[in-house]
Design a protein around this ligand. Structure first.
Ligand code: ATP
Length: 314
């Protein structure tokens, strides 16, 4: 089975208690592990895949807490780094509709330093670029771009999730789009939310957005549509694959569970080229990933809500 290297942030999510309130009124918070690439790494390892987390935390109790959680979930943390800058913190609240309200206090995640020894490990493995914070600058952005160039070999596999956060990019959307484009062009699956697909393509209509994204180079597009499931689009076919019916309480991590489950299944295949050309196999992969996303919405928090292989199979 191939390894999946997940590059980007690992941070503390302080989740507001007494759900239903936004951050301006929330008073009590619970400490949870978060960060989209770290969630994806856990999603893969909880499904018995092999994931490696590449990111930076503070050399402080929060950083130790975070790395312990990844290790407890069997994620390889040997490439994780520690900095003397404090661990990145995010404050999260869930409103009545299960949607999130976010505030970031950025710290150690931006300190990730490029390590040239990783390049050889990318060969015949998979690399997932899914950081919400990488395009914001710091050493992380430089490392992210250099790892991207390292992964651009014919033997590697690149997955990209832009993880757009409106509060981080308000009035700078054009900068975000420009920074994402090289990744989109080279990703094998590009994973987008509806908001991201329309933002990055500049097209309001989802069909037109997919056409545009295919024209930029991406062969496989998945657009996650919450309870409606996922739009799967290649140059040969396009269809919406339904999800399962659940009673969601918190959508945090659903998208990470989805892409993690997709990548874990892709990692099990010998011939990526054949797999990625097969409508039937791709559809089955997305259908299972929908299930992983749906299950994750049925509990509060991200990592602890990600399904195990046993849960997914039942
Ligand atoms: P994020 O906001 O975490 O980055 P996202 O917007 O990409 O994620 P969603 O669309 O919320 O992710 O969810 C990912 C997948 O999980 C969906 O494509 C769907 O298959 C499944 N899913 C999410 N919410 C529900 C739900 N309420 N009912 C059933 N399935 C769901």
């Amino acid at each position: 089975m191939k390894k999946v290297f997940c590059i980007g942030e690992l941070l503390i999510d302080f989740v507001a208690e007494n759900q239903g309130k936004n951050l301006s009124v929330a008073k009590e918070f619970t400490k949870k592990a978060g960060g989209a690439p770290a969630n994806v790494a856990c999603a893969i390892s909880k499904l018995e895949g092999k994931s490696v987390f590449v990111g930076c935390v503070g050399d402080d109790p929060f950083g130790n807490f975070l790395l312990n959680i990844l290790e407890e979930n069997n994620v390889d943390t040997s490439m994780a780094q520690k900095s003397n800058i404090f661990t990145t913190l995010a404050f999260v609240s869930i409103d009545d509709d299960g949607e999130r309200d976010f505030v970031f206090s950025r710290g150690a995640d931006k300190e990730l330093k490029y390590d040239s020894t990783l390049k050889k490990d990318f060969k015949n493995n998979m690399v997932h670029f899914g950081a919400a914070t990488a395009m914001l600058g710091g050493n992380l952005e430089e490392a992210y771009n250099r790892y991207f160039f390292d992964a651009l070999t014919k033997d590697s596999f690149i997955s990209f999730d832009p993880n757009y956060r409106e509060d981080l990019w308000k009035h700078k959307e054009d900068v975000f789009i420009k920074k994402c484009m090289p990744f989109i062009q080279k990703s094998h699956p590009g994973k987008f939310s509806l908001e991201e697909a329309t933002l990055l393509s500049g097209k309001k209509d989802l069909d037109e957005a997919c056409n545009f994204l295919h024209q930029t180079g991406v062969a496989i597009i998945v657009v996650t549509l919450g309870k409606e499931g996922t739009l799967l689009s290649t140059r040969d076919f396009r269809k919406t694959i339904p999800s399962i019916e659940v009673s969601p309480v918190d959508t945090t991590g659903a998208g990470d569970a989805f892409i993690g489950c997709m990548l874990k299944q892709i990692a099990e295949h010998d011939s990526l080229e054949l797999l990625l050309e097969s409508e039937q196999e791709l559809s089955q992969i997305v259908s299972k990933a929908n299930k992983a996303g749906a299950i994750t919405t049925t509990n509060f928090g991200a990592i602890e809500s990600l399904p195990t292989q046993k849960q997914l199979d039942s």
